[in-house]
Design a protein around this ligand. Sequence first.
Ligand SMILES: [Fe+2]
Ligand SMILES: [Fe+2]
Length: 362
Amino acid sequence: MQNALAKSKVDEIVLVPGGGQPYRTPIATAQQQREMIDLAIRDLPDVRVAQEHLFKPGQNAVDTVRAIMREHSGAEFTYIIGADKLAGLLHWPKAGRLFELCDLLIYPRAGYNTQELTLFAIARGVRAQMLAVQPVNMSSSLVRTQIGLLSDAGDMILPQVARYIARQGLYHPPYEQLIRPHMTPRRYAHTLGVRDLAVELAWHHHLPLQKAAVAALLHDVAKCMKLSQLQAVAHQYHLSDDQQVLGSNALLHGKAGAVLAAVKYHIRDEDVLNAIRYHTTGRAHMSPLELCIFVADAAEAGRSDYPGLADIRRLMWVDLAQAALISMQGTRAYVASAGQSYSQDTDAAIRYLERAVKDLSA
Ligand SMILES: [Fe+2]
Ligand SMILES: [Fe+2]
């Protein structure tokens, strides 16, 4: 878009959102598409979206162009299209009517001989020009694929769009629907709260947004299982020999949750699995994503107040390690006052974070 404007081929660009592909689930709704486009073009004054009444789902390009032309009588129109879509357009029975209405500006796509396609269009009588820019290897389906692989597709979409996708859960399996039957309503509400805060913390600290969202959604996936069920998972997957761990839902559900995330929800990303595995206990050498999920779990908006929560909520925007450390120290004090012993992983995490925070402030 910016290329077309910068090369002065057009004065203004009007975007027409696509209809999506109905066989893909989940797909973005028309409103979600619109909101993503608004985020993507908010700093581009000469780019805007066609008004909603001008196009309907499934409406063909000729009718849409005519509707837009009626709103802008006197303007000249150029239809901008990627080289990958040109061959299909040329074979479309109504294409002749579209070419009568407007010129064609073709932008190169990697893997397509744009020059040859443009010459072919011109030979068919189309007023076509090629945009003289480097071919881009980019498409909406490639973005969706990358998002599904837990990438933020940073070379194709803007960070604010990736953040929106993470918050909305677009182009991921429908984890919200999948986990809901296995949780109490309260646990489910907590999970959504953790997801929302984890994405905002990840955004603030420049961490992977999709990974934060998915790790948060799955972090308590085993929390509502009975202890005997958790122990069966622990036994089957050799999760621990420690009787203290095996006898505690609090200590076991993260480890079992990581197993479920891998086996049932097909998560392969080790950082995401570790964020689920250690979200309650922590451990030495926690990654930034692990810290993000740990803190989001401790401080999501639905948490009832507890000693130290205000400090965690203040520090989490400054330094996740400090926020996690305060949370762990508070829990350790609480557990000690109840006369219980504390997880070895958490002792190691506290020692590690104390060193890390001291090194940082030295
Ligand atoms: Fe948990
Ligand atoms: Fe939780």
